[in-house]
Design a protein around this ligand. Structure first.
Ligand SMILES: Nc1ncnc2c1ncn2[C@@H]1O[C@H](COP(=O)(O)OP(=O)(O)OP(=O)(O)O)[C@@H](O)[C@H]1O
Length: 275
């Protein structure tokens, strides 16, 4: 496994460092990053939603996984996390071939994921919702809701900035805090790689900054984050590096500045969002 971390050093062996405009001919292997795909492809009937996609995520980086609506971002992560079996290609996690592995096994191995649309249990408080994720096999058992798990859930609520709100019911939370709750729930499985799905959708500038600060702190504590979004605003100031896809294929890869200035990316976004 590569020991590279941070900024623009994370391209695979065939992708020259610092080069935006990643090509589909890049070939990756199990040791190129903490999470690696090679030739990942997903077809739905005649539609190729993910098309020969290869990329590597380096340990302790914040990688932006960006693309316009319908580009194939969710499908890529559904293939990685075992929601769909890929039609073709390989996924490695920590050097191990995990292609098609069910997500609960990935979670056991240290991967977690937040969902853009998620539904906390409305009849449980914030801290109880986090606590339940600590004991996934004891969902409705009181035995799992005591002692150590309670203390850990409180700690996690504080960690994600919900220390003041942990005894509220989820429907009393503003949207930004719901995202924090979703982060807390994901962190309850003690991941070292967190896939974050569109965290900034519907958030105001200050909320984006607050959430970015949290993700940066998590990275500084040793976590690797892949942040998926269709909108680059907010994201480019957070991430170390980005991969941009369109029509299921990688169209660019590089630092935020390289991505901002990449003509192909600007065209894919019709100019407006690439600023
Ligand atoms: N289960 C499915 N069956 C058929 N087609 C699908 C399925 N899931 C996704 N698609 C199609 O695959 C393509 C990629 O969709 P996907 O949701 O992965 O894009 P996305 O980049 O996540 O978009 P968004 O930013 O809008 O969430 C789209 O054309 C979509 O309609």
């Amino acid at each position: 496994m590569s020991s590279d971390s941070g900024s623009s050093s994370g391209e695979g062996p065939s992708a020259p460092a610092g080069t935006a405009g990643g090509s589909q001919t890049d070939s990756y292997g199990p040791d190129d990053g903490i999470l690696v795909t090679d030739g990942l492809t997903k077809r739905f009937g005649g539609l190729v939603a993910v098309d020969d996609l290869s990329f590597a995520v380096q340990e302790q980086e914040i990688l932006g996984f960006i693309g316009p609506n319908g580009a194939g971002k969710s499908t890529t992560f559904n293939c990685i996390t075992g929601v769909y079996p890929p039609s073709d290609g390989t996924v490695w996690y920590r050097g191990e071939d995990v292609t098609g592995t069910p997500f609960h096994e990935m979670v056991a191995g240290g991967m977690a994921r937040t969902f853009q649309s998620f539904r906390p249990l409305e009849d449980r408080t914030v801290v109880e919702n986090v606590q339940i994720s600590l004991v996934p096999n004891k969902l409705f058992s009181t035995s799992g809701l005591r002692g150590g798990t309670r203390a850990r859930a409180v700690e996690l609520c504080e960690r994600v900035g919900l220390g003041e709100s942990m005894h509220k019911m989820p429907d009393a939370l503003p949207h930004a805090d719901m995202i924090r709750l979703e982060m807390g729930r994901a962190m309850a499985t003690d991941p070292d790689l967190l896939l974050v799905d569109e965290p900034f959708a519907g958030l105001a500038g200050q909320e984006v900054e607050g959430l970015s600060k949290l993700m940066t702190e998590l990275r500084d504590d040793g976590m690797t984050l892949v942040v998926v979004d269709h909108n680059m605003r907010g994201l480019l100031s957070l991430i170390d590096r980005a991969i941009v896809i369109n029509f299921g294929s990688k169209i660019a890869e590089g630092t935020p500045d390289e991505i901002r200035n990449d003509k192909t990316v600007q065209e894919a976004y019709l100019g407006s969002e690439a600023e």
